[in-house]
Design a protein around this ligand. Structure first.
Ligand SMILES: [Zn+2]
Ligand SMILES: [Zn+2]
Length: 368
């Protein structure tokens, strides 16, 4: 008879069934190593990437390309030109805000191709490039579809969402993300309340009786959160037990800190979460980071990044999903992502979107 031996993560103290670091701390450790690159090391990595750019394919998430992009915002026009030269259209993030000559090169290939797969990848690249000419071309392709469109699931305006924007039939641009990103990091919550994660409330879910929580509050008056353009507090409120089953859950906020969950949920399959468990998660140490980070800091694949973030790009576990505002019908704007693992709650991410005009937020869950 063997007894199950328990170990503890040397970094966070979490109980583990093996000796070593927990996955979250291991990812954190690797990220900190990459974030710590000196300017000379960044240049060296750029040179290496340029020399081996042809090897940059499907496994791009776990290499220096991703570190240069998400930790250092260091993908140069030189790298973008070389990628175009190599006909490298994946990962599309390499073309984020690429210069006009690169954009025109991408457009040329897109307008010539007859392959739906190539067209699909090039539309992602143009979405990342994202300027008005890219919009014009995608709109033209939406108005006058090419034969390859039949093999694709969605319109060019949905492809544009990959770059954090979209357009309407009249060609008006709508930005779907914020161009600033802050991580939620472990810190002293008594000293810094600009962002608060998982704050229990007194009201309860009518379906499962769990305590409702303000899963995220952001004080738009804090200097760091000025980019949200909100002169007050945003609060996202949900039932933590039921929210994984909602597509999505909504709540309404007022800038003075008020918030009301839109209840009852249409799909509530949640089991009750005990008040003790809610309190335990409420004791999490997360606060808003002191400094802004690159916009792709919170993007990428599961296992590469374990950070909850505000603004920038999300790390979609499934497809990117932008919901319409239940009030005005406009596509909502991606606001933040909470990694449930960081709260020791469950697997997956909670994505929070906002219609600032109607003061509505949506919350939806994704997992592998
Ligand atoms: Zn519930
Ligand atoms: Zn709205």
């Amino acid at each position: 008879m063997s007894e199950q031996q328990t170990h503890r993560c040397p970094s966070c103290g979490r109980e583990l069934s093996w000796r070593g670091m927990c996955p979250q701390c291991e990812v954190q450790r690797r990220r900190q190593g990459r974030e710590g690159w000196t300017p000379e090391q960044v240049q060296e990595k750029q040179r290496e990437l340029l020399a081996h750019l042809d090897q940059l394919k499907e496994d791009a998430w776990d290499n220096d390309f991703w570190a240069l992009l998400s930790c250092h915002n260091a993908i140069t026009p030189e790298l973008q030109r070389a990628a175009l030269e190599l006909e490298l259209y994946y990962p599309c993030e390499i073309y984020y805000h690429a210069p006009e000559d690169v954009r025109d090169g991408l457009i040329r290939v897109l307008l010539e191709t007859e392959q739906s797969m190539t067209a699909s990848r090039l539309m992602c690249c143009l979405a990342m490039q994202g300027d008005d000419r890219s919009l014009e071309v995608l709109r033209e392709l939406e108005e006058h579809p090419r034969p390859w469109r039949e093999k694709l699931y969605v319109d060019p305006s949905v492809y544009a969402q990959i770059g954090g924007w979209t357009f309407d039939r009249a060609g008006n641009r709508r930005q779907l993300n914020f161009d600033t990103c802050y991580p939620l990091i472990k810190g002293d919550r008594k000293r810094d309340a600009a962002a608060q994660v998982f704050r229990p409330r007194e009201d309860r879910c009518p379906h499962c009786k769990s305590k409702l929580v303000d899963v995220l509050t952001l004080d738009g008056r804090d200097q760091r959160l000025r980019f949200l353009g909100l002169d007050g507090i945003v609060t996202a409120t949900c039932c933590p037990a039921c929210v994984p089953w909602c597509e999505p859950a909504y709540s309404r906020f007022t800038l003075d800190g008020g918030s009301t969950a839109v209840l009852p949920y249409e799909m509530g399959m949640g089991y009750e979460i005990s008040d003790e468990d809610v309190e335990q998660m409420a004791g999490n140490p997360y606060v808003l980071g002191e400094r802004a980070v690159p916009v792709f800091y919170g993007a990428g694949f599961l296992g590469i990044n374990e950070d909850s973030t505000v603004g920038g790009f999300a790390s979609w576990i499934q497809d990117a999903q932008y919901y319409p505002c239940p009030n005005c019908g406009q596509t909502m704007k991606y606001l933040a992502q909470i990694k449930w693992e960081n709260l020791d709650f469950m697997e997956g991410n909670l994505y929070i979107e906002i219609c600032p005009h109607c003061q509505v937020v949506s919350m939806h869950h994704q997992q592998t």
